[in-house]
Design a protein around this ligand. Structure first.
Ligand SMILES: [Zn+2]
Ligand SMILES: [Zn+2]
Length: 245
């Protein structure tokens, strides 16, 4: 009986949610964030242009390589240790950079749902053995200014679709570092060192998946992983929407 009442409640709520969403779509039809064609925030034509990250990739950092290898030349120069491995759903080629820009800087936070959908679609190719998923945090000042953290939104929709556990708030950004864009590899590494702190009671002994929108050198993921391991995490993996190569 309780099950029956619960399932009726869920079905009633989702019915209202569907009606509300249809009404909003009728009054404000969505347009594609990249080509501006009406219909969907990521239209079928732009979706068809997405370049997926596929094998062969470096088994450590997920960069595209010509043949399978455990450490690519970039990893040998700048190891991503202590991260176990990093993977991405797509390559950082159009329409993805524009979509990410719209999501981060033009208040198009609703794009997080279709973009997380790309991460869901690619997950069977890369899935990693983790206990829970967290987004790379923004410093509170930057999150307040933007109004949201795009990585947390990606995590939310990604976990919801795959029924994975998310743990917002266990990792904090304690230094407000300048954006990584425009810095070289060494500057990027210096910029984010000691920028994060993790809650040891939540992460001790756990295998954690860290999610970010873009991974370029991997230094942000690396600094965040370091903080999680200092707090006692067993292992840390990285997964991003787009792998820059
Ligand atoms: Zn489009
Ligand atoms: Zn590599």
């Amino acid at each position: 009986m309780a099950d029956h009442i619960q399932s009726s409640g869920v079905s009633w709520q989702s019915h209202v949610k569907r009606l509300t969403s249809s009404f909003i779509n009728f009054v404000f039809p969505p347009v594609c964030a990249h080509c501006k064609k009406p219909g969907a925030m990521l239209c079928a034509e732009c979706l068809a242009k997405v370049s997926w990250l596929v094998e062969p990739v470096c088994s450590h950092c997920g960069r595209v390589v010509t043949h399978p290898m455990s450490r690519c030349p970039a990893c040998l120069r700048h190891p991503l240790f202590p991260l176990q491995q990093v993977r991405g759903a797509t390559l950082f080629t159009e329409p993805i950079p524009d979509m990410i820009h719209q999501m981060k800087y033009n208040s198009c936070f609703a794009l997080a749902e279709p973009l997380a959908g790309l991460m869901v679609e690619a997950w069977p190719r890369w899935q990693m053995p983790v206990n829970f998923v967290i987004g790379v945090p923004l410093h509170p000042d930057r999150e307040k200014k933007r109004g949201y953290n795009q990585s947390d939104l990606l995590v939310h929709y990604f976990c919801k679709r795959l029924n994975l556990a998310e743990k917002p708030g266990v990792l904090r950004r304690v230094r407000n570092t300048p954006p990584q864009v425009g810095l070289n590899a060494i500057e990027r590494q210096r910029n984010v060192v000691h920028a994060f702190q993790a809650d040891d009671t939540s992460v001790a002994g756990k295998d954690v998946l860290l999610v970010d929108d873009v991974c370029t050198t991997g230094n942000t993921l690396k600094a965040a992983a370091q903080a999680l391991l200092v707090a006692g995490a067993n292992s840390v993996f990285g997964y991003c929407l787009a792998r820059a190569v």
